[in-house]
Design a protein around this ligand. Sequence first.
Ligand code: GLN
Length: 477
Amino acid sequence: MSFPLTKLTLGELCELVRRGEIKASEVIEAYLNNIKEKDPEIRAFITITEDEARKRAKIVDDKEKKGKLAGAPIAIKDNILTKGIRTTCASRILENYIPPYNATVVERLLAEDAIIVGKTNLDEFAMGSSTENSAFFPTRNPYDLNRVPGGSSGGSAAAVAAQEAVASLGSDTGGSIRQPAAFCGLVGLKPTYGRVSRYGLVAFASSLDQIGPLTRSVEDAALLMEVIAGYDPRDSTSVNIPVPPYTEALKMPPNGLKIGYLREEKIKEVAPEIKSAYFNLLSFLDKEGLTLKAVDLKLWDYALPCYYIIAPSEASSNLARYDGVRYGFRYPGENNLKGMYSLTRTTGFGAEVKRRILLGTFALSAGYYEAYYGRARLVRRLLTQEFRQTFESVDVILTPTTPELPFPFGAKADPIVMYLSDYFTVAVNLAGLPAISVPIGLTQEKNLPLGLQIIAPPFEEIRLFRLAFFIEKKVKS
Ligand code: GLN
């Protein structure tokens, strides 16, 4: 083959495997080689499933009728359950946890003959924006090894950007797919709440969590969504609406889409390179004849404080199950029950997870409940209404994905400063909307990736794909 296999997109790769022009085993060897070569430095993976991947590749090669994702080496964020494969959530408390079943998304990937190459690093329990909160090690950004890959799905993003997997799955509670996608020059999609099954996703904040793809192209994201999306009776929040053929729809030009954008004053604190890329893109869309309209979104600034009450509250309840009895790690040699709980959780959880549990427990406690959680719920409803009204006059809303460029390790040691990284992403989760981050080039000076976020009304992922595909073509040309 005259080109490196590992440079092909998911769509191109699977097509060649399905036509029998290359073998799944060849693909897997090429990727395993890349992992061996690059991962000691990048550290995208917590677990590399080399033997299983080779075995699966043989099975796929022997099949006469191959699935849609035949031979595709996929990396899975390590908070998504994989049967028989350690799933740690990058936490000491689950360090040796081996799930007895697969998440629905994993089942669906395997049914289409995808091959799992490993489990990727994340901020512990998906809490963070840099992957520095992993209990094991940080992951590096393939564009600049001194910078973070974003988070919490930093391992999933770095793996695809460093060609250690052709695509990956992440989870997004407040931006954890879109922000690392933006930091690593990838496409990242957070689907509508209920579009993709959460069965087998370790819960962080159940009313916000969604699984979604991180890919090298918009088409790849559409392809993966066709496989992972759809009703699942095992997730009670899964919605029973048919999955449209995303890969066909994305080729429809975005003509006629009315585009909402944020005024300059809304993004005054954004990095200058991101701001100018954003406004340049808007003027390109304007020249292409699309209708642009400034949107107000007055409640946008309340999304971050609202999120940082709701998400920790749900987390404090979800993480109560790690008590040393039911799962994973138990502090050894302690006979007293209360003492065992306490020592297990004190040693098993890292600082950020403890901070969230404390915040959430406080916000939910009698006497403070109405003042914090109650208020946050109210704000969430108003924010959702505001989006609904805004979508009466525009079809999509464009924002930068992040306020800043990929930052150096240790740059955001203050948790509040780290929380500000989620300025553009959390509102989308609070309102349950779908949003995509699409690369819009590199900075001139340092060659760091820039990302644009497109937001649509519930179950209108097609609009995201159409516009993102159009923008991708312009950026690549
Ligand atoms: N960075 C946000 C947080 O720390 C979002 C995390 C996520 O989406 N999982 O909560």
